[in-house]
Design a protein around this ligand. Structure first.
Ligand code: MN
Ligand code: MN
Length: 468
């Protein structure tokens, strides 16, 4: 509608009273969309460098150190503008910028996770069958197993030898590298398999990775393909078979992050969940070197398996970090937490028109409609959810509106369908006001997930406003 065209009474009243969401292509200016595209170039290279939580930690530390962040020392009394990072075992990370306000006024926490669903190797993975070298796996996180067959996979991780020496592994990322794959049955012989339920179409014990097939030249020993593979691994990494026992090796999709769509409005990549919130919150932290409230950017591990373990947020690593940070100031951690605010930064399931039945349209999250504020997750009676208070959602709402950040409310699927949780409940258990904020993702937990560039940039703007 042209500006000089007169709006009808109904149109005016609708504008005033009715809540509407719009496509970011209509809301953002050309200049803002350009900024979004540019911002996503950095995000794509982060995705390519950080395919595991360990790589995400290493990549983030390198970026942060360049901006003046230094390793946390609990004996130091940090002052406004000081920048520190706490590295939790190379698998989780906290970035903190000290604010001008005292710690007892509380901190601003943005907590995302840097682990993603993938195919972990078993402790004793390597075997030979029919002269094929194969690896046994135990998948990590919630996946649709059939999606992980017949795609190129890269091997990432670390092997810690008996002498304690850690060997980093990344094969399948460079142009000249080989890749690996989980084989699947051809349709011609898949008659029985195709009768299985989709959930059971490919079974956990059928996720076996093909890694070689050329035997060691010798007529005597058996399993010479396996032997030859062990020889190659020994030559390259100095490891023996028993070293697999003390390793964290994982198969991840070998794809690179890429523009998607004729209009390039999307990014297709492995691991948007939840590196999209990790990257955008890291960038927001770096963009606020002199915040009022101290910023605490948490990159957690193990979210996809229930946040357990010392690098997951159900452990006390965040609580102890704040305790150590506040102690030299003579402030108790509980005082800090009581006055703190948190954005639990995680993705939400985007409405997919091909599968509309699982969403309730009015409360679903949509790609290209801005960052998603999810008041509660959980399902069937809000089971296991943080459920942010009306007061806190109002605070977030006005924060985003004042900063002109496009946002939408979202729910994770229909009442009796939905599911899934985030780290929100672990942060709120510390007495911190918490709400879920993040990016809507299509094909979540698939080897190749999709999100919108405008949404990525909008998430960054939301986190930036929270830290301002
Ligand atoms: Mn997830
Ligand atoms: Mn997630």
């Amino acid at each position: 509608m042209a500006e000089n065209e007169k709006k009808s009474a109904a149109e005016l009243l609708k504008e005033e009273l009715v809540y509407q969401t719009k496509n970011s292509g209509e809301v953002l200016s050309d200049k803002e969309l350009e900024k979004a595209d540019l911002f996503c170039e950095g995000y794509k290279s982060f995705l390519n460098m950080a395919k595991t939580e360990r790589e995400a930690v290493d990549t983030t530390i390198a970026i942060a150190r360049e901006k003046g962040y230094r390793e946390f020392d609990p004996r130091v009394l940090y002052k406004a503008g000081d920048k520190i990072y706490y590295n939790n075992r190379g698998k989780a990370l906290i970035l903190t910028t000290m604010g001008t306000e005292p710690l007892e006024n509380g901190v601003r926490i943005i907590a995302s996770h840097i682990d993603a669903p993938r195919i972990d190797l078993k402790p004793r993975p390597l075997y030979e069958e029919a002269q094929l070298g194969l690896l046994k796996t135990h998948y990590y996180g919630g996946i649709k197993k059939y999606q992980w067959t017949a795609i190129p996979l890269a091997l990432h991780g670390v092997i810690v030898r008996r002498d304690g020496e850690a060997v980093n592994v990344a094969i399948g990322e460079r142009e000249e590298d080989p890749v690996f794959t989980i084989t699947d049955l051809l349709p011609h012989l898949g008659k029985d398999q195709m009768q299985r339920k989709l959930d059971d179409g490919v079974r956990g014990e059928e996720l076996n990775v093909l890694v070689g097939g050329r035997p060691f030249r010798d007529d005597k020993a058996s399993e010479r393909v396996k032997l030859n593979l062990l020889r190659l691994l020994n030559e390259k990494y100095g490891v023996v078979e028993a070293d697999f026992l003390s390793a964290e090796l994982t198969m991840v999709p070998a794809f690179k992050a890429q523009d998607l769509g004729f209009d390039r409005s999307f990014i297709g990549a492995y691991g948007h969940d939840d590196r999209v919130c990790a990257y955008t919150s890291i960038m927001a932290a770096l963009n606020n070197p002199k915040p009022a409230a101290t910023t605490v950017t948490v990159l957690a591990d193990k979210e996809e398996t229930g946040s357990e373990g010392p690098t997951g947020l159900s452990s006390d690593f965040l609580r102890f970090f704040i305790e150590d940070l506040a102690a030299p100031h003579g402030v108790a951690a509980r005082t800090v937490f009581r006055n703190s605010k948190c954005m639990s930064a995680d993705v939400n399931a985007a409405f997919d028109p091909t599968f509309p039945d699982v969403h309730e349209k009015n409360n679903a999250a949509y790609v290209n409609r801005g960052v998603v504020v999810t008041k509660y997750t959980g399902s069937r009676g809000k089971g296991g959810t943080n459920d942010a208070s009306a007061e806190y959602v109002a605070f977030i709402r006005s924060l985003l509106d004042n900063a002109k950040v496009q946002w939408q409310a979202g729910e994770l699927g229909k009442v009796d369908f939905g599911g899934g949780g985030t780290v929100a409940k672990y942060i709120s258990s510390l007495g911190v006001e918490t709400v879920d904020v993040g990016v809507a993702v299509l094909s979540m937990h698939a080897p190749y997930e999709v999100c919108s560039k405008a949404d990525v940039y909008t998430a960054y703007r939301a986190f930036d406003a929270f830290y301002k």
